[in-house]
Design a protein around this ligand. Structure first.
Ligand code: ZN
Length: 429
């Protein structure tokens, strides 16, 4: 099971260079497993025991199996994660011509670790909105090939490079696409029109707008002398999206189970399709009874908010509290912060720990050093919107927000096993 899951994750990461593609990848796997797509603009007829999913903005997705038991009695088992990752986004009028090179202006999305973006073979993917026969339509595109690069400056021209220097986001990041002749006028929208024709066999009259980001073409891989690690882009947080999906597809049981993967977590989740928006609440309002019974159902439910944790790095052990240094390949991490940067409480953490013990899955704890600031997740945001009990957990990783992150190759199977047990559990506390 471990090898199949790891290979499945590697394939999923390759198919998911952007939140749009991640949502499409999840949808494709749900469809293949018999889930029915619902449109939020239609009326719904929900049948107990049936399986559904919906997407919003093509970049967030909710999938669920309606229990045969009423959720009013058993509650809902929710797993949450996010589809987005820090990256470089192409600006609306991106064409730059400098020193005979065609470059694209980029905006930094989220808290990217920027140095690893240099000297990588980059491609471009995302959503393009265009006009065809008087209608406005959108399609996902993925150039797949390495069409761009951000070369480093030679150390001879920056002797202090190894002492660290501030990367200017405006001037130092525009990737180079090509060399151009003097009178040539690069046209990015024309390039996208060609890509739409190549990838989707359609003739757009004009490209209107787009949300495109660069990504590393090097695929994720098992690495290490004994294959102990998985290296790849976007492990934060497609690793958790994939684990949640696999758990949902494997779990049986009679209760209502739901997976939500939302966009915009890396920029605070405030959007129509983000965790700080109404997407989950509006969906639950359509699935559950009104009034008292709605609140009663939520109060019987529990959310496992899954997002990666910081493993203790052998070169920087002082960055962790001495008693709370999660190790790679030692199981999921329960994340605690008494200032509510994580929504974990003793009841939700205790239940998660109980599930791990019952499944013989190792489990670890994380609390940030008392003299350092703590990150956050969709956990506290969703808990404050819905009033649902929540536990924040995640797999330990290194190099979070780098263009190539690192996880343990034994941990995905641990996480899928415990999330599957959560979905199948008959009794929540
Ligand atoms: Zn994350």
């Amino acid at each position: 099971m471990r090898e199949a899951l790891n290979q499945g994750l590697i394939d999923f990461l390759k198919a998911s260079p952007t939140p749009f593609h991640a949502t499409a990848s999840l949808a494709q796997r749900l469809e293949a497993a018999g889930y029915t797509r619902l449109d939020e603009r239609d009326t719904w007829a929900i049948v107990p025991g049936e399986r559904y999913y919906l997407t919003r903005n093509d970049s967030s997705i909710i999938a669920w199996r309606m229990g045969r038991h009423s959720p009013l009695i058993g509650g809902i088992r929710l797993v949450g994660a996010h589809t987005d990752s820090p990256c470089l986004r192409v600006k609306p009028q991106p064409e730059l011509q400098r020193q005979g090179f065609w470059q694209l202006g980029v905006e930094v999305y989220g808290g990217a670790l920027l140095a690893p973006w240099f000297d990588r073979d980059l491609s471009l993917a995302g959503r393009v909105t265009y006009r065809r026969d008087g209608k406005v339509e959108s399609q996902l595109v993925d150039f797949r090939a390495p069409i761009a690069i951000i070369p480093n400056l030679a150390i001879h021209l920056n002797r202090d490079a190894n002492l660290g220097w501030e990367i200017n986001k405006q001037t130092e990041l525009p990737p180079i696409l090509a060399q151009v002749a003097g009178d040539e006028r690069p046209d990015f929208r024309a390039l996208l029109t060609d890509q739409l024709a190549r990838e989707h066999d359609l003739n757009a009259d004009v490209v209107l707008d787009y949300e495109l980001s660069f990504y590393d073409t090097q695929p994720a891989a098992l690495i290490g002398l004994h294959g102990d690690f998985i290296a790849g882009a976007r492990l934060d947080n497609l690793l958790s999206c994939y684990a949640g999906l696999q758990a949902l597809l494997r779990a049986d049981g009679e209760e209502t189970c739901l997976l939500i993967c939302t966009d915009h977590e890396e920029v605070g989740s405030s959007s129509a399709c983000g965790a700080d928006g109404p997407m989950l609440e509006q969906t639950l309002q359509r699935l559950l009874p009104d009034g008292d019974d709605y609140v009663r159902t939520i109060q019987r439910s529990l959310l496992v908010s899954a997002d990666n944790a910081h493993g203790v790095h052998p070169n920087y052990p002082e960055k962790h509290d001495g008693n709370h240094g999660p190790k790679l390949n030692a199981g999921p991490v329960i994340k605690v912060n008494s200032n509510q940067r994580y929504a974990t409480n003793s009841e939700s953490a205790g239940f998660f720990r109980h599930l791990c013990m019952a499944e013989e899955v190792p489990v670890q704890s994380f609390v940030v050093r008392s003299d350092m600031a703590c990150g956050s997740t969709i956990g506290p945001i969703t808990a404050s919107h819905l009033g649902v009990r929540t536990v924040d957990i995640g797999l330990p990783t290194f190099a979070m927000h780098s263009i190539r992150e690192l996880a343990g190759s034994h941990d995905l199977a641990h996480l899928v096993k415990v999330l599957e047990a959560f979905y199948a559990s008959r009794d929540l506390p």
